[in-house]
Write a protein that binds this ligand. Structure first.
Ligand SMILES: Cc1ncc(C[n+]2csc(CCOP(=O)(O)OP(=O)(O)O)c2C)c(N)n1
Ligand SMILES: CC(=O)[C@@H](O)[C@H](O)COP(=O)(O)O
Ligand SMILES: [Mg+2]
Length: 622
């Protein structure tokens, strides 16, 4: 019985015989259509219960069936770009029974996973990589003389706005005898409608420039040259991406060419599920646990770090007409919707193109503006050189706002934003801040946009934004959140981990261990005030939601040693390895970054094996 008193329909099941790709190759067209519809209902039922990428996967049901009927995975290699649209591929490769565990600790990954299946290749969820993998695999098969193996990349129109795709196309098009089959899944959207000249060109090819590609113009590719043909590839299409038979014929034609080829499939994101098709924002790109009747969350969401940023940048935009914003195809997920609505001429969506976003921001700053580049932490990694050389070398005032910093959770190892705090501090002149609460986010954002001689960075997690935590007093840039006069232990609380650090300090005080808790606010470069505060303590532990390698604790230890201090400083952070998916709190607890774990670690570091009275929660596989 559901909370609304109605009877929830029994879970949708799939035929038990659907155990591998070979099981769909003999189906009649009618049976295929029936199976596609059952898969559609299965996805709606399961993903509304677990959360995940609903819209993208509903749009590739018929396409994935056609792929597995024409190609012989895993001998032929199917490469899913970004990988968020590989649920149907997982169903067709024997994993239908695991969907109740989707994106959960120890359960099915939301992306391809080599550990799950030999049919899976690209694990990372970072867009625009599939064509480069395809280029490399095609070269490998040529060198190894495995000429019967086909390389098939499935790339979205959004991913195709990423620069790596064009670097790969340059190579693929330059090798006419090295076949690569590129299946373009064109639904006209990234999250929002895909932007730029590439999208407009695809719209022309599909016959409907600039609008959702729901109908096809008859297009004979011989008459007009597509961009792809200009690069040396063949182009087939456009085809109806929901007509399995038409796509099978197209894919067989493509394979028979024995030449690099783009097969243009026009699909509808969220196909067959009205709440997704009607969702203007992003066609239910990613859903939390939602009501399958409406596609909407069952309970109201609480203010998040993203929403705090989104409101404040809107206020700043009204005060500072030199502030402009850049997004890499993610205006809503990064909180820029309000700013875009209020200042439509001062927000730029550059497509899934983070490297370009950063250097375009350098151009904006050179032109006298103060750009704010809003990205997910994990995606900034691919634009490190642009931050270092195009922004910092020129001492340009660009502010980066990194959402999803630290442990993200269900999206797994390629999404945890656990590298920025170690990579960015090597950039000369760059200043990195980690707000502990909404008030500090607003305060630090304003401090950042007031910096005129170099890059500034803010980082915060994918989480609800907790209550404000007042400082007892401030020393330079550092906030003293709790003071102990005995100078035994100092916790350096980085960002939102201030809250568990204070809880741990309360527990330790009860164990007779006095603890000072300091929030540095700016975590790079290391503040002299922080070094001075640390020198007055015997043990200093920096508690950080990031990889331990090169984190603040390590840099603080270096500074203390350089100052001749005997104070021991250490980092207490995540292990320097890829962490599998689970919830954010499960992962933080599993690595001791909750109050119980922090208290226990302090006692161990002090050589006192006392157990705290806070019971650590259950262990989860890490
Ligand atoms: C480098 C990078 N930047 C941003 C993202 C976030 N992201 C995930 S899916 C997506 C949109 C992908 O659009 P498309 O390739 O057209 O696939 P669709 O969802 O339409 O099937 C974006 C921007 C990402 N995964 N990788
Ligand atoms: C595949 C991808 O990169 C995004 O769709 C991501 O999964 C979204 O993450 P959030 O749900 O945290 O916005
Ligand atoms: Mg798309």
């Amino acid at each position: 019985m559901s909370s609304t008193g109605t009877h929830e329909p029994p879970g949708v099941t799939l035929p038990a015989w659907l155990a591998g790709p070979e099981t769909v190759r003999g189906l009649s067209q009618d049976a295929l259509a029936g199976l596609a519809e059952r898969i559609r209902q299965f996805l709606i039922d399961k993903v509304c219960s677990t959360g995940g990428h609903l819209g993208p996967n509903l749009g590739v049901i018929e396409l994935t069936l056609a792929l597995h009927r024409v190609f012989d995975s895993p001998r032929d290699v199917l490469l899913f770009d970004t990988g968020h649209q590989a649920y149907v591929h997982k169903i067709l490769t024997g994993r239908q029974d695991d969907f109740d565990t989707l994106r959960q600790s120890g359960g099915l990954s939301g992306y391809p996973s080599r550990a799950e299946s030999g049919h899976d290749v690209i694990e990372n969820s970072h867009a625009s990589t599939s064509l480069s993998y395809a280029d490399g695999l095609a070269k490998a098969f040529a060198v190894r003389q495995e000429h019967d193996r086909r390389v098939v990349a499935i790339v979205g129109d959004g991913a195709l706005t990423g620069g790596m795709c064009w670097e790969a196309l340059n190579n693929i098009g330059g090798a006419p005898d090295r076949p690569v089959i590129i299946v373009l899944n064109d639904n006209g959207r990234s999250y929002s409608p895909t932007v730029g000249g590439v999208s407009a060109h695809l719209g022309e090819l599909a016959g409907l420039a600039g609008s959702p590609r729901t109908h096809l113009r008859s297009y004979t590719y011989d008459t007009d040259r597509s961009l792809f043909e200009s690069l040396g590839l063949s182009y087939l299409g456009p085809f109806d991406g929901h007509d399995t038979l038409a796509m099978e014929r197209a894919l067989r034609r493509a394979a028979a060419l024995r030449h690099p080829v783009v097969v243009h499939m026009v699909t509808t994101k969220g196909r067959g599920y009205q709440p997704a098709e009607d969702d203007e924002e992003d066609c239910l790109h990613t859903v939390s646990v939602v009501d399958p009747q409406t596609g909407r969350p069952r309970s109201a969401s609480k203010p998040t770090w993203t929403s705090v940023f989104g409101h404040e940048i809107g206020e700043i935009g009204a005060e500072r007409d030199d502030v402009v914003c850049i997004t890499a195809a993610m205006p809503h997920p990064t909180g820029l919707t309000t700013f875009a609505a209020r200042f439509p001429d001062r927000v730029f969506d550059v497509g899934i193109a983070e490297q370009h976003a950063v250097t375009s921001a350098a151009g904006l700053a050179t032109g006298g503006l103060h750009p704010v580049v809003a990205l997910y932490s994990t995606f900034l990694s691919r634009a490190f050189d642009q931050v270092l050389m195009d922004v910092a070398l020129h001492r340009l005032p660009v502010t980066f706002v990194l959402d999803r910093a630290g442990v993200t959770g269900p999206d797994g190892p390629s999404h945890h934003g656990m590298w920025d705090s170690s990579i960015l501090p090597v950039v000369p002149g760059l200043r990195l801040a980690a707000p502990r609460d909404p008030s500090r986010l607003r305060e630090l954002l304003r401090e950042a946009i007031d910096v005129t001689d170099g890059p500034t960075v803010l980082r915060y997690p994918k989480a609800t934004a907790g209550a404000d935590i007042a400082a007892v007093y401030r020393v330079g840039e550092c906030d003293i959140l709790r003071e102990s006069t005995e100078g035994e232990v100092m916790l350096v609380a980085v960002g939102p981990l201030a809250e568990p650090c204070l809880s741990a300090a309360d527990e330790l005080a009860g164990d007779g261990v006095p603890v000072t808790v300091v929030d540095p606010r700016w975590i790079a470069p290391v503040s002299p005030d922080l070094v001075s505060l640390a020198r007055d303590h015997r043990l200093v532990l920096a508690v950080e939601d990031t990889t331990a390698t090169g984190a603040l604790g390590a840099r603080l230890g270096q500074a203390l040693t350089a100052s001749g201090s005997s104070t021991r400083a250490a980092t207490f952070a995540l292990p320097p390895r890829f962490l599998p998916h689970a919830s954010r709190n499960q992962i933080l607890q599993a690595h001791g970054l909750d109050a119980a774990g922090i208290a226990t670690t302090v006692l161990k570091r002090l050589g006192r094996e006392w157990q705290t009275t806070i019971e650590p929660t259950e262990e989860v596989p890490t």
